[in-house]
Design a protein around this ligand. Structure first.
Ligand SMILES: [Fe+2]
Ligand SMILES: [Fe+2]
Length: 256
């Protein structure tokens, strides 16, 4: 069930990829997700034993590389989308500093899922969702040559992330099955909450568009037309009255 969102996003991707600004914005979103994941994984890696730590640091560095790829891709699709005009080349690392701060907030996976087994389950699910979305996006947009060539290169890394995180999640599960089962429920709850928040954002965007349309064309414009009709009618009445009964016509002066 948690893969439905990615499947839909993949199926709807021609609508996004077909428009340069929309596609550039989508690529910027991907870039930020990659950067956020980079910081989040690095935070968890720092707490692990050397062998696990090395694997996680490799993963974190992959995500940093993916961030660079998506950012460059976005700037080539549409250079003005998401650009920081004060620092277009991002030389001061403004982008990185802000995402890093987001990844340190309490809601971050590294803080909500502190145990390695739970965190690896979360990574496994997130990475496999990304694999699904990228794969469907590629197959839905065969005419976009950049997507057709770039996505398989990204998928090489992503499938490795899926397999190593599954390996760790499984090992931790065998070590303490009941605890990891309960942890799995926590992970599902965490993902569900993220998805509900994303859905609410979408509802807000679509809802404000619909309400704006209704307000303008359903209320403001008809109201303006009614006012105009009343105004036109009133003006016609005033004009007819003044032309028939002029207070200061010639007869008024004849009395003096
Ligand atoms: Fe990635
Ligand atoms: Fe990944």
């Amino acid at each position: 069930m948690i893969y439905v969102r990615e499947l839909l996003a993949g199926l709807l991707s021609p609508f996004v990829v077909g428009s340069r600004p929309r596609f550039a914005r989508q690529l910027q979103k991907f870039a930020h997700t990659e950067l956020y994941t980079h910081y989040d994984i690095a935070a968890v890696a720092a707490r692990q034993a050397p062998d696990v730590r090395a694997e996680m640091e490799r993963h974190a560095n992959d995500e940093l590389r993916h961030y660079g790829i998506f950012r460059e891709w976005s700037s080539r699709v549409s250079p003005y989308i998401g650009a920081n005009y004060g620092d277009p080349a991002d030389t001061t690392g403004f982008d990185r500093a802000s995402v890093r701060m987001q990844a340190e907030l309490e809601a971050a996976p590294s803080r909500r899922l502190p145990e390695l087994g739970d965190y690896m389950t979360y990574i496994f699910l997130s990475e496999s969702r990304a694999v699904l979305q990228f794969t469907v996006t590629r197959w839905m947009n065969p005419w976009n040559r950049r997507a057709w060539k770039q996505i398989p290169l990204l998928l090489q890394d992503e499938t490795r992330h899926v397999s190593y995180s599954f390996g760790h999640a499984w090992r931790e599960f065998l070590r303490a099955p009941w605890q990891r089962f309960k942890g799995g429920l926590r992970v599902m709850g965490y993902i569900l909450r993220q998805d509900v928040i994303d859905l609410l954002k979408l509802v807000q965007v679509v809802g404000s568009g619909v309400m704006g349309f209704v307000l303008y064309y359903g209320i403001v414009t008809p109201y303006g037309l009614v006012l105009r009709l009343f105004g036109a009618g009133r003006r016609a009445r005033i004009r007819s009255w003044t032309s028939e009964t002029q207070a200061l016509d010639e007869s008024f002066w004849k009395e003096f």
